[in-house]
Design a protein around this ligand. Sequence first.
Ligand SMILES: [Zn+2]
Length: 479
Amino acid sequence: MPESRFWLLRDIRAARKQGPESIRRRQQARLADIVAYARARSPYYRQLYHGVPDQITNPAQLPVTSKAELMPRFDDWVTDPDVTLAKVRAHVEDPSLIGEKFLGRYTVATTSGTSGARGIFLTEDRAMAVGTTLIAARIMPTWLGPAGLLRIVARGGRMAAVVATDGHFAAYVGATQMRNRSRLGRKQAEVFSVHSPLPELVDALNRFQPAVIIGYASVIALLAGEQESGRLRIRPVLVQPGGETLAAGEYQRIARAFNATVRDGYAATECLFMAYRCQHGWLHVNADWVLLEPVDADHQPVPPGQRSHTVLLTNLANRIQPILRYDLGDSIEARPQPCPCGDPLPAIGLQGRAGDVLTFPTHSGDEVAITPLAFGTLIDRTPGVELFPDRTNRADNVAGASAPGRRRRCRPDMARSAHRDRWPAHHARSRQSRRRTRPRTTRTGPRGQVPHCDPTTRNHSRKPPPHVLMRPLVGARRL
Ligand SMILES: [Zn+2]
């Protein structure tokens, strides 16, 4: 199905204009297509779908999949026999290949392992084109309107991505590809390491003066504090917190600090364009290219208005490594009525996973704040550590698992010794100045305009020890 960019652009615009029925029709046709493709090209799916009817009209006809089941069957899962786990692993273990296409045609990204086993995901050019066209033709115009888009152009179109740069993480891979595309790309897109010390990051952003800033939500929240204090002096048009979802009040604080539009999306390495947030706080699913099914613990449908136990993701665009009824692990809720913003795409609320900013005391008496995804991507590079299910919020008690069924303490000094060059002296400021600039947030404040985002998640169930700074985040997704 070699759609041109122009065809995609027209189709993406037409789908929303023609309304819910046309979106549903596209979704159904694309589901049937990708199921047929997976069945024909993937030995794993051929076996899994044995006994499933030839014509799929309802996703519930298909069995559920998960990363834990699929990753061990990687070579059978993919639809291109040239792709093997051994070859892809060799690619992702080489940092010089970040942003380079695998076999010249597949973009590779890994999940950080912050919320489970590590995954390696390939995206073909067609699916990348769907994602970038959705951003250009649907998401950015919805967020900013023509006036906002013009302001970005007027400010040089510069985009700052504040991301983890020590691995093939989707956000870094995307920013690197944008830079590598052209000389203009290198001028307009700049990558800033989330592991940089905060004062250095602030200075670099002051010099770059981005029109758009994208970064882990917890880092954006720290930067908003720097802007409030006057140390950071930038004038972005759009601020896009990603990877984690903040509590509702934090979005308003960030918007006030930067005097900018703050919007985020719902994305995963498995599907980079699932949904985007509207001005009413709901996430609108790009349902012409993605299928999200809220289900209970037995994978039965959950009615609109109720929180699901998990969500099943079907990526309708990416055929190289089909993601079909894949248990993503997030809790969502479908909005029963149309959204007041008027967008005909289905609206959901996201509870997701939670992470917290941890602070560690230093020998000099300063505090070092570590954002959860920065921490996650760092731990991800610690040899032998596969998982680190944080259950305690204690900085000295973050647990990791080095082997199935075995848990061990992963102390900060252990991670530091493994990553002496990367351990963030990061975000260090004097205790006094941090107190002055620390944003005031509550652990269980009112939900504001996003009633489905509940900060009282499992990571917030205990009173924190005094040295741990708690800042509520709702929904961490490892990009
Ligand atoms: Zn809406």
